[in-house]
Design a protein around this ligand. Sequence first.
Ligand code: ADP
Ligand code: MG
Ligand code: MG
Length: 251
Amino acid sequence: SPLLSIRGLCASVDEKSILHDIDLDVAAGETHVLMGPNGAGKSTLGHLIMGDPVYTQTEGTITFDGEDITDLSPDKRSRAGLFLSFQAPVEIPGVPLSSFLRATIAGRPGLEMRGKEFRRRMKELCAALDMDPAYLNRELGVGFSGGEKKKVEMLQLLLLKPKLAILDETDSGLDVDALGVVSRGIDLYRKSCDGTLIIITHNTRILEHLDVDRVHVMVGGHMVRHDNAELIPWIDENGFESFEQAAAGET
Ligand code: ADP
Ligand code: MG
Ligand code: MG
């Protein structure tokens, strides 16, 4: 059975219905890409999988690693091995990035480590990602660019080694440097723990060097297409217009 299985998921926020009858299966070790125009509901689906209380799941089930997690708190889902990027607090003046990262693994069986070991691990990770280790002493989030936040996420990902990582790349442009760190981070995550990924992105450049197993397209809160990696260059060329027209034609 798949690592993640979503059936008939409907969700709303403030009484407004946002996601409609979503089905999604992700097998362990696979890399999936979730695409769709702005406002399609991609980020909302990510938050729903994590149990973000802002959104109300009105129907359907989410099964993860053999367990129905529909009623689990976000913390329990995280401990069960789910990870969503952008969990990093935006700004905490006075707290160095290294302390924040150490706190993310505190109390996690198998992940907690002594200070010396942690520092060695962080050095290793910075080297593997080609990141300046001086960065670890910077205050959390203060003046971080979009690209720098992405680097923090990669460090989090590689420390936590979740069973399933959902990376919401957002629309904000990443510079070449950040793109490199993200690509190396994703690669390392897949190789070091046979990680499973759902990548939400508009940036098909990130996908160029990735072995993508499945592509899912959302429009207007609906899942409108499940396909293989060949759909990515097609979307690059044709955009989402035909999906949007088909979705509009159905309603
Ligand atoms: P995407 O990530 O595909 O761009 P989102 O999931 O961010 O789309 O948004 C899907 C829809 O849900 C949009 O119409 C958006 O305005 C709405 N939405 C998302 N989050 C909220 C929220 N917290 N409050 C109100 N509306 C929301
Ligand atoms: Mg694979
Ligand atoms: Mg989004």
